[in-house]
Design a protein. Structure first.
Length: 296
C-alpha cells in the first residue's frame, strides 16, 4: 500500500513534521488545507522537513464515504497489517510513516454526518515531556477549544504516535460534508503556527483565540462514537445548537419513525457544552447524536 505524500525539505536542519488529512474519506477541509501548504511553504524559509499527506484514505475518498469498501474505520484500525483488507493495509502504511516523524498533526472534520466545534485535541500521555509538547502544539494551533483526553484509546493514528513517543495533536473543524473556506484558512494558519512553535520557520505568533482548555483524564474521554446514542432508527431533529449548553436529562432533540407517529425524545447523558452535533437527519439506532463536553 502506497500513501501519496509530498515532502518539503528545508535548507537548514530541523525536525520532521508530518501533517495528514483524509483519514476519513468525507473530511474535505483538511485535504484542501494540506494542498495549500504544499504551495505556500517555502523550503528556503523552512528548517527541517515537512511531510504532507492530503488524503490518507484514498479508497474511502474515491467512494465519497467515511470508510473504504471493507467499511472499517481507519481511525480504529491502526497499526493495521500489510496483508489485510484495504483499510488494514492503509493503517499499516500510515503507521509506518508516523513512526518516522518527530512531530505529528492529524486534521479532521465531522464528515458528512456531523459538525464539530473547532478544537485541537491531544492525548494525556503519561510521559510529561511529550504531554507538555503536545499541549504547546495544541495551544499554538489556535482554535477555540483545546481538549486533552484519555491516552489509552486504541486503533488511532494518535495511539501509534503515543507508542512511538511522537508528540501529536489532532484538529476538528465543523463538517456536514462541506468544504468551508474558513476551515481551510484556520487549518493552514494552525499548521504554520505549530511550525513556528517548533522553530521550523519564523512567523509572528497571532493573538490567542483559545477560549477554553480542558484536560479530561477520565476513562474513554474523547471517544465520541459512544456518546448519546440514538434510541431508534429514524429521523433526528435536534433541539440544541453546536456550542450551546445542555443539562443531563434535557432533550438533545427527537427521533421519529418514518410517518412521525412514534416520536422519542433523545435526552442528554451529560451536562455541559455541545461540541459535536449530528447534522445528517437519518440515523440508525445507536448512532451518536451529540457529544457533550462536561465541566471537569
Amino acid at each position: 500500500m502506497e500513501i501519496h505524500s509530498r515532502q518539503i525539505i528545508g535548507t537548514t536542519d530541523g525536525p520532521h513534521l508530518l501533517i495528514t488529512g483524509g483519514v476519513h474519506g468525507d473530511e474535505f477541509e483538511p485535504m484542501a488545507a494540506i494542498r495549500r501548504l504544499m504551495r505556500e511553504v517555502d523550503p528556503v524559509q523552512l528548517r527541517g522537513r515537512l511531510t504532507l499527506v492530503p488524503v490518507v484514505n484514498e479508497a474511502a475518498f474515491l467512494r465519497g464515504a467515511r470508510t473504504a469498501e471493507d467499511e472499517r474505520d481507519l481511525a480504529r484500525t491502526c497499526p493495521g497489517r500489510p496483508d489485510g483488507s484495504v483499510t488494514e493495509q492503509t493503517a499499516h502504511a500510515i503507521s509506518q510513516l508516523i513512526r518516522t516523524a518527530d512531530y505529528f498533526i492529524d486534521l479532521h472534520t465531522g464528515g458528512t454526518t456531523m459538525s464539530v466545534l473547532p478544537l485541537t485535541g491531544y492525548k494525556l500521555v503519561p510521559d510529561e515531556a511529550v504531554r507538555e509538547t503536545q499541549r504547546r502544539m495544541a495551544h499554538a494551533f489556535n482554535l477555540p477549544l483545546v481538549w486533552g483526553t484519555d491516552y489509552r484509546l486504541e486503533g488511532r493514528t494518535l495511539s501509534v504516535a503515543r507508542d512511538a513517543g511522537v508528540p501529536a495533536i489532532y484538529a476538528e473543524y465543523l463538517g456536514r460534508g462541506l468544504c468551508d473556506p474558513a476551515g481551510i484558512d484556520a487549518y493552514v494558519e494552525g499548521c504554520l503556527n505549530v511550525m513556528a512553535e517548533l522553530d521550523m520557520l519564523d512567523r509572528e505568533r497571532p493573538a490567542s483565540r483559545v477560549e477554553r482548555t480542558v484536560d479530561d483524564f477520565r476513562e474513554s474521554a474523547g471517544h465520541m462514537q459512544i456518546r448519546n446514542p440514538s434510541p431508534i432508527t429514524g429521523f433526528f431533529e435536534p433541539s440544541v445548537q453546536l456550542g450551546g449548553d445542555v443539562k443531563a436529562g434535557e432533550p438533545l432533540g427527537t427521533v421519529t419513525d418514518i410517518l412521525g407517529d412514534n416520536v422519542i425524545p433523545a435526552l442528554s447523558q451529560e451536562s455541559g457544552t455541545v461540541i459535536v452535533l449530528r447534522t445528517f437527519s437519518r440515523v440508525h439506532a445507536g448512532d451518536t447524536l451529540a457529544v457533550v463536553l462536561e465541566d471537569v
